[in-house]
Design a protein around this ligand. Sequence first.
Ligand code: TMP
Length: 255
Amino acid sequence: MARRRRIYEGKAKVLFEGPEPGTLVQYFKDDATAFNNKKQGTITGKGVINNRISEFLMTRISEIGIPTHFIRRLNMREQLVREVEIIPVEVVIRNVAAGSITKRFGMEEGTALPRSIVEYYYKSDDLNDPMISEEHITAFGWASPQEMDEIMHMSLRVNDFLCGVFLAVGIRLIDFKLEFGRWWNNEDLRLVLADEISPDNCRLWDVETNEIMDKDRFRRDMGGVEEAYQEVARRLGILLDSNSPGDMTGPSSLQ
Ligand code: TMP
């Protein structure tokens, strides 16, 4: 494989220069972190599964008219995406209380929220991703008021849509995190959904049993992490080629 320029390495993914200008290759690692990198580990095969799950969900989302950075999957661990300018805001959408909101407001995990709640966090590992309001975002110039209107509107549409996609396969979408980017399409500037959507950044519970099927299994040392990710993929109808174990672990394109 030809050597490619590494543009950025995050906790779960690596971005390489793409084959054409304006594109990047997004490589999914098996590395898992939690609590802003304080807990580190490996979930064998996670990169392969998240590549497929994110491909599936981004494709379905683009089919309802929400633009995304996703172009196409290249292989087991890589997808071609548009090069975008990431807005440094993590958008969290919650349907049911779990995780940090339960601690912040002393709520019991599993409590249905009166309506879907959208929260914003500043994307900064150094500052531990502090929660912010739209005031901070617009005052500090991270996004314009018009962009924030669009982000809120797109996030709620994605939430409604994904709730249905998951419910159809017996999974409750408790909460999830989205990232957005600015994409220059010739002269045209568009806001697009970026990053990934996978059990790494969603909370997914079985409708019948409330069994946890996401990264909380890793965060809370519950075991069965790989199996849970596999089960999400299986229920979504994503077939994983179990005959190519080499691809499950080999970071073929890493330099
Ligand atoms: P929280 O309850 O820890 O605030 O997380 C809410 C949702 O956002 C949950 O589905 C996990 C996801 N998330 C990320 O994807 N990245 C992060 O850095 C954090 C803190 C949460």
